[in-house]
Ligand binder design. Structure first.
Ligand code: UDP
Ligand code: MG
Length: 314
């Protein structure tokens, strides 16, 4: 098997058949062996029903992994990856925002240059709102300052990579997954190509602002312990300031006999210190929570049904 296309699907009933058509069209006549590994990420619409039809027809080799509930895109692509047999593997969305022709170009690139392990597409220009793109930019500048791995802004997880990379990705079995970070962490030579995202074929995006914000926090907390350092620094700074102020007050009282009218000051200080303490506890809590989640050692996904095909008869 030459290539596996791993396709996470969450409520994509209207898109999956069109997606398969697009793949068949894109790879017609290029002589590659390929399979499509659809992962139904606990969809609430007819996605699984439609995937089953595609699987029965087998117009091209199709596998379907059905998760027991919605585990999120990151877990879905991990499930697909675990069931992919290709020498090359692609992550691609089901909504046809990422054209399968680009995958073909990625495969050609990998064939041509043995030095390249991953071909990753980054978005040339995003057709998204100013607010969102402002937050994305800020996110990447913050994460690159804080994090131990370098993340490229706008690089998506639309990528094609070699088997060796896939094996490495599978060894990173962490519960809180952030694939851009995982890709950066496993290393390998990555070649970036630009692509223009199409409009979604049908349905709506599954990303809400809240989900994106959570994803951003995941990226920072998951790849850096610098926030803990910041908490320490903040604590030290407050303590030093408090000590200096104490000296100041004592000197005022002893040498100049000035009575300190302190009501407002006390209130402000209590609030400030309370705030700083809660913030730092919150930061520590984020890490403790992740340690807790990881220590439970739960699986990343649970597959309810796996439909495969007979490799020999193909
Ligand atoms: N997706 C998924 N599980 C989820 C959310 C999304 O498998 O919980 C899939 C979705 O079906 C699509 C891909 O991830 O194939 C990208 O999602 P979407 O198009 O909503 O994201 P966007 O393109 O807007 O970034
Ligand atoms: Mg999309």
């Amino acid at each position: 098997m030459k290539l596996s296309l791993v396709v996470p699907c969450y409520n994509e009933a209207e898109n999956v058949a069109a997606f398969q058509d697009a793949v068949i069209g894109a790879f017609a006549g290029c002589g590659y062996d390929y399979e499509i590994v659809f992962v139904d990420d606990g969809s609430k619409d007819a996605t699984y029903h439609n995937l089953k039809k595609l699987h029965e027809a087998q117009r091209c080799p199709v596998k379907v992994i059905r998760l027991s509930r919605n585990f999120g895109k990151e877990s879905a692509i991990y499930a697909g990856l675990s069931n992919a047999d290709g020498d090359y593997i692609s992550f691609i969305d089901a909504d046809l925002q990422q054209r399968p022709e680009i995958v073909r170009d990625m495969v050609i690139k990998l064939d041509e240059d043995p030095e390249i392990d991953i071909v990753a597409a980054y978005q040339d220009r995003r057709g998204e709102g100013k607010v969102l793109s402002f937050f994305k930019k800020s996110f990447y500048s913050v994460i690159n300052k804080l994090s131990d791995v370098a993340l490229r802004a706008d690089a998506s997880d639309f990528r094609t990579f070699r088997r060796s990379v896939a094996e490495s990705l599978l060894t990173v079995a962490e519960y809180h997954r952030f694939s851009k970070g995982i890709f950066a962490w496993v290393g390998y030579n990555t070649h970036f190509i630009p692509y223009v995202a199409e409009a979604r074929r049908a349905g709506t995006t599954k990303w809400s602002f809240k989900k994106l914000l959570n994803y951003a926090i995941e990226g920072i907390i998951g790849y850096s312990t610098k926030p803990l350092r910041i908490a320490t620094a903040l604590g030290t700074l407050t303590a030093i300031t408090a000590f200096l102020y104490l000296l100041f007050v004592v000197i005022q009282k002893l040498f100049f006999g000035i009575a300190i009218p302190g009501y407002a000051t006390i209130i402000v200080l209590i609030l400030l210190l309370g705030g700083v303490q809660l913030l730092c506890i919150g930061i520590i809590g984020e890490y403790v929570g992740r340690t807790f989640e990881q220590s439970k050692d739960r699986p990343i996904y649970i597959a309810k049904d796996i439909l495969t095909y007979n490799q020999e008869s193909k």
